[in-house]
Design a protein around this ligand. Structure first.
Ligand code: F0G
Length: 491
C-alpha cells in the first residue's frame, strides 16, 4: 500500500488493506468491517487543535470558502482521504450548536454548566446523518458513482435524498413499510429519491440493499449506510465541534443513542486518532444508550460481557444472540423508531469505541424516552424521540452514581424535533395522528413533482424490478449477506 490514506479491515488477524479508490461494503478477504486509515507521518496533521479556529474567517463561494463553511470539512486535515479539495461534496452541513442547557440541568438536579446539548438536528436535512453523507458522497464522487442507495429508519434516507439531489446522483432509499415517521418519509419524497417501502423492518431493508450493492453490480449501486467507512470519517466531526465549542476542553462524558452504532464507532475513532496525534488533552467517557425494545448492544456488552479485547472479541456471543432472535422471530419495537434496530452492523467498531473511551452501555424504556424528549423541548430546542434516549440515559447514570455531580456531560441530540411530530402530538393530546392518517381517504397525487413511494415485498427479484432492473440479473448468482448480516469471520 503506497497511499497515505487507505482502507483497512478492522480484524487484526486479517488486516487487509485496500485503496481509497476502491468500493467495498465489507472486507473482500474476510467479510469484516473496514476502516479508513492514515499514515500520519506522510500527511500534514495540525500540531494543535486551535489550528482550525482561523477557518471561521474564510469567506467566499470558492472551494476554500465552501469547505471552511462546512462544520465537517473545516477539520479536513483529520479526514484526509478526499484527494483534491474540489472533490468535496458539501451542502453546508455540520453548523450545529452546543447549548449550555442550564434550565434542563436544573430539572436533572445538575449544576449550571454541567449539561451540554449538541443539537445535530440543526443540520440541513435535520439530523446528524449529514455529517456522514458529505464524506460518503465525496467518496462516491471520487469513484464516479451515479446511483446511491441506503436502508433507513428515516434520517439516513432523508439525508441521502437531499445530497443525491444536490449532487445530481440518483438516490434510492429502502424503508420498512410503516416503520418511519412521516416527517422523514416526506423528506425522501420531496427530494426526489426512489422510495421503496419494503414489507419488513430496518434489518430486512439493510440486508436487501447490501445484497443489491454487492451481488447485483449491473444496477451500479453505491451503498450509503454506515457500513460505508467513509461515512464515519465525517461523523468524527461531531466530537471535534464539541471540542471547538469548549475551547478544545473535552467534557467528562459523551452520551449518544445507539442504533446501528455508526456514531459511537466514529466517536471512538475520532478520539483514538486525536490521541495518536497528541491532540487530546484527555479522552471523555462514552455512554451508548439503547431503547429497551432494541437492546442488542446492552445485552451483549452489559449482560454477556462482550468486549473488543484488542480485536479478539468472541463473535460466538453475538452469533448465539442473533440465532436466538431468529428462532423467536423477534422484531425490535420502540417509539424511538430511528433506533429500532436489533442487528447493529457496526457492533465490532462500537465495542472498540467503548474500549477507547472507557465506555458504558445502558437501555431506557419508551416511557423514559418520551418524558425526556418532552423535557428537552420544554427547556431546550427540542429533539426527536431517539435523540432523547441520551438524556434519559444520563438520568439513569446520575441516579446510579456512575456520573458524578461535578462531571460535565455532552448529550448528542441526533435529530430535529420536527422529524416526528406525531410522537409529540400524541404525548400532549393522546391522539395518534399516524393511525388517523392510515384510514384517511387517499387521492391520486397530481403535483408536477409528485413522487409516490413504491410498495415492494421483501423479495430480491421484486426489488430489482422496482429499481428498473431485469430479474434475469439474478440468474445463476449466489446471493450473500445471510440473515445475520454482521461480519462473522473469525478474529
Ligand atoms: N438517532 C437518530 C435520530 C437516528 O436517526 C439514528 C439512526 C440514531 C440515533 C442511531 O445512530 O445508527 O449511528 O447508532 N438512524 C439510522 C437511519 C439507522 O436509518 O436513519 P447510529
Amino acid at each position: 500500500m503506497t497511499d497515505a490514506a487507505f482502507q483497512q479491515c478492522i480484524s487484526p488477524a486479517c488486516g487487509g488493506t485496500f485503496g481509497v479508490d476502491e468500493v467495498h461494503v465489507a472486507c473482500p478477504r474476510c467479510g469484516n468491517l473496514l476502516d479508513i486509515k492514515y499514515d500520519w507521518s506522510r500527511l500534514n496533521p495540525p500540531k494543535t487543535l486551535s489550528f482550525f479556529e482561523n477557518r471561521w474567517a474564510t469567506k467566499g463561494t470558492g472551494t476554500a470558502g465552501r469547505n471552511d463553511f462546512s462544520g465537517v470539512w473545516r477539520f479536513r486535515e483529520l479526514m484526509p482521504f478526499y484527494g483534491a479539495a474540489d472533490n468535496i461534496v458539501t451542502i453546508g452541513e455540520g453548523r450545529t450548536v452546543l447549548q449550555q442547557a442550564d434550565l434542563l440541568a436544573r430539572q436533572m438536579n445538575m449544576k449550571p454548566g454541567r449539561l451540554l446539548l449538541q443539537y445535530e438536528g440543526l443540520n440541513p436535512s435535520g439530523s446528524f446523518k449529514d455529517n456522514g453523507m458529505t464524506a460518503a458522497f465525496t467518496h462516491a464522487k471520487m469513484v464516479g458513482a451515479k446511483k446511491v442507495a441506503c436502508a433507513s429508519t428515516g434520517n439516513t434516507s432523508a439525508s441521502l435524498a437531499m445530497f443525491a439531489s444536490l449532487a445530481e446522483m440518483r438516490g434510492v432509499v429502502f424503508i420498512g413499510s410503516g416503520k418511519i415517521s412521516f416527517g422523514k418519509l416526506s423528506q425522501a419524497l420531496d427530494y426526489g429519491a426512489l422510495t421503496l417501502q419494503i414489507q419488513g423492518d430496518f434489518d430486512a431493508c439493510l440486508r436487501r440493499v447490501r445484497q443489491i450493492a454487492t451481488d447485483v453490480p449491473e444496477l451500479g449501486i453505491y451503498l450509503m449506510n454506515s457500513v460505508n467507512p467513509f461515512r464515519l470519517e465525517g461523523q468524527k466531526s461531531i466530537m471535534l465541534r464539541i471540542l471547538e465549542a469548549r475551547d478544545w476542553e473535552p467534557p467528562d462524558w459523551i452520551i449518544v443513542p445507539g442504533g446501528n452504532l455508526g456514531n459511537s464507532s466514529a466517536f471512538g475513532k475520532a478520539y483514538a486518532e486525536l490521541k495518536e496525534l497528541g491532540l487530546a488533552k484527555k479522552i471523555p467517557r462514552l455512554a451508548i444508550i439503547n431503547a429497551s425494545g432494541a437492546n442488542t448492544l446492552n445485552v451483549l456488552y452489559s449482560d454477556r460481557g462482550m468486549r473488543w479485547n484488542g480485536g479478539k472479541f468472541d463473535a460466538s456471543v453475538m452469533q448465539k444472540h442473533y440465532a436466538a432472535l431468529d428462532e423467536a422471530n423477534y422484531h425490535p419495537h420502540t417509539i424511538a423508531s430511528a433506533i429500532e434496530i436489533s442487528r447493529p452492523v457496526n457492533l465490532p467498531k462500537a465495542l472498540r469505541a467503548l474500549e477507547v473511551m472507557n465506555g458504558v452501555v445502558r437501555e431506557v424504556s419508551d416511557e423514559e424516552i418520551l418524558e425526556h424528549r418532552a423535557m428537552v423541548a420544554r427547556w431546550g430546542f427540542g429533539c426527536e424521540p431517539a435523540s432523547a434516549a441520551s438524556v434519559a440515559g444520563l438520568r439513569k447514570l446520575l441516579d446510579e452514581g456512575t456520573i458524578g455531580p461535578d462531571e460535565t456531560v455532552a448529550c448528542i441530540l441526533t435529530g430535529h424535533e420536527l422529524k416526528d411530530p406525531n410522537a409529540t402530538v400524541k404525548y400532549h393530546t393522546g391522539i395518534d395522528m399516524k393511525s388517523v392518517q392510515d384510514v384517511a381517504p387517499r387521492t391520486d397525487p397530481h403535483g408536477k413533482l409528485s413522487n409516490r413511494p413504491v410498495q415492494v415485498d421483501d423479495d430480491l427479484e421484486a426489488i430489482v424490478r422496482a429499481m428498473g432492473g431485469e430479474p434475469g440479473m439474478l440468474k445463476g448468482k449466489k446471493i450473500g449477506a445471510s440473515k445475520t448480516h454482521v461480519p462473522v469471520a473469525e478474529f
